[in-house]
Design a protein around this ligand. Structure first.
Ligand code: NAP
Ligand code: GDD
Length: 342
């Protein structure tokens, strides 16, 4: 563990996949971390359980606050009280398909939520550096291959349109008010902590369930779309690096490889030497989107040059990491399964 700082960070979306990895990274660097959590009737802090600290503990460096990106007065108070050196705006309704079902809510949180946060910082006079969690979804029906920082956005979902709004707003506040704001344009990133309704995790949990007799088939939508999938744990390092630069900027974070959902299935089942995977997969049109993003492939050369960031975990390793972890939860592993079926 390397202690480098005593800075204060605020993370919205601290309970999410990225929020949990970022919390661990910042704590390991000596930060005091404040996280915004939503009130829920069930526990939503599972992902940050490993670093959770009892509110009565004497020496704490992780503090959780109830709040919501739809609640401006709450954000104003938090910024004034915490006075963060760095803010990571990761909170979002992050499911693209769901954004077609709840477009107004998605825009309220993913677009206006950013506006509320930026205004809270501006009005407080606190000199926070801000990271905005932008997305490769903003490229939508792509106008260039591969996609880089200068590729025009062409969003095709309420989620992506909301993220484009936030991206532009961040630039406007950066240029107009001289605020230090970085837009990350992160391509899909996954991990064993990925929500179970995103396609990669749906596949790896589905396989674990099939092998343990809990499920017969995995029902999916479009198998032909292509995504540039990286490892979330590495992507949060890029977020942090952006805020350590002298000048704020916008950065694509990606692996430079693209694969279809079909290839993900082939790779995952292939690790278990199951070649007739089609027998375990059904297509249900209910998972189709009204408009689909067919192809994403990121060019991360700016992040490599300016941040010194490069992905180490690529597609094949990522599938293995995720599958092995989900198999563990049903008492299996890739090796154990292969030995059993020799
Ligand atoms: P995630 O696992 O879905 O986490 C989203 C987080 O936002 C959760 O902590 C969630 O809280 C919180 N949240 C939802 N609605 C909120 C609201 N109204 N107010 C405050 N917080 C709210 O997403 P992720 O994969 O970690 O992604 C993090 C961010 O990066 C998101 O903004 C996402 O859109 C963006 N992004 C993700 C990817 C990717 O491939 N993962 C790529 C590009 C951009 P609960 O736990 O209570 O639900
Ligand atoms: N979720 C889901 N469920 N997707 C499916 C399914 C299914 O059953 N079947 C096929 N897919 C296809 C989708 O149509 C899409 O083309 C692809 O799998 C990936 O879907 P998701 O895993 O839901 O991710 P996403 O690419 O739509 O969005 C994720 O990545 C974005 C970055 O590009 C999310 O994390 C967004 O928040 C993020 O911004």
């Amino acid at each position: 563990m390397s202690i480098e700082t005593n800075k204060i960070a605020l993370i919205t979306g601290v309970t999410g996949q990225d929020g949990s990895y970022l919390t661990e990274l910042l704590l390991s660097k000596g930060y005091i971390v404040h996280g915004l959590i939503r009130r829920a009737s069930t526990f939503n802090t599972e992902r940050i359980e490993p670093v959770y600290q009892d509110p009565h503990a004497l020496h704490r460096n992780l503090f959780l606050h109830y709040g919501d990106l739809s609640d401006a007065s709450n954000l104003n108070q938090l910024i004034k009280n915490i006075k963060p050196d760095e803010i990571y705006n990761l909170g979002a309704q992050s499911h693209v398909k769901v954004s077609f079902e709840i477009p107004e809510y998605t825009a309220n949180v993913d677009a206006l939520g950013t506006l509320r946060l930026l205004d809270a910082v501006r009005e407080s006079g606190v000199n926070s550096k801000i990271y905005q969690a932008g997305s490769s979804e903003m490229f939508g029906d792509v106008l260039e291959k591969p996609q880089k920082e200068t590729t025009p956005f062409n969003p095709v979902s309420p989620y992506a349109a909301s993220k484009v709004f936030s991206h532009h707003l961040c630039k406007i506040y950066r240029d107009g008010y001289g605020m230090f704001i970085c837009n990350g344009i992160l391509f899909n990133h996954e991990s064993p902590r990925r929500g179970k309704t995103f396609v990669t995790r749906k596949i790896t949990t589905g396989i674990a369930n099939i092998l343990s007799g809990k499920q017969d088939k995995i029902y999916l939508g479009n198998l032909d779309a292509k995504r540039d999938w990286g490892y979330a744990k590495e992507y949060v390092e890029a977020m942090w690096l952006m805020l350590q630069q002298e000048k704020p900027g916008d950065y694509v974070v990606a692996t430079g490889e693209t694969h279809s959902i079909k290839e993900f299935l082939e790779e995952a089942f292939g690790l278990l030497k199951i070649s007739d995977w089609q027998k375990y997969v059904g297509v249900d049109p209910k998972y189709y989107r009204p408009v689909e993003v067919d192809y994403l492939l990121g060019d991360y050369s700016k992040a490599k040059k300016e941040l010194g960031w490069e992905p180490k975990v690529k597609f094949k390793d990522l599938v293995k990491i995720m599958l092995d972890e989900d198999l563990k939860s049903v008492g299996l592993s890739i090796d154990k399964y292969l030995k059993k079926n020799e």
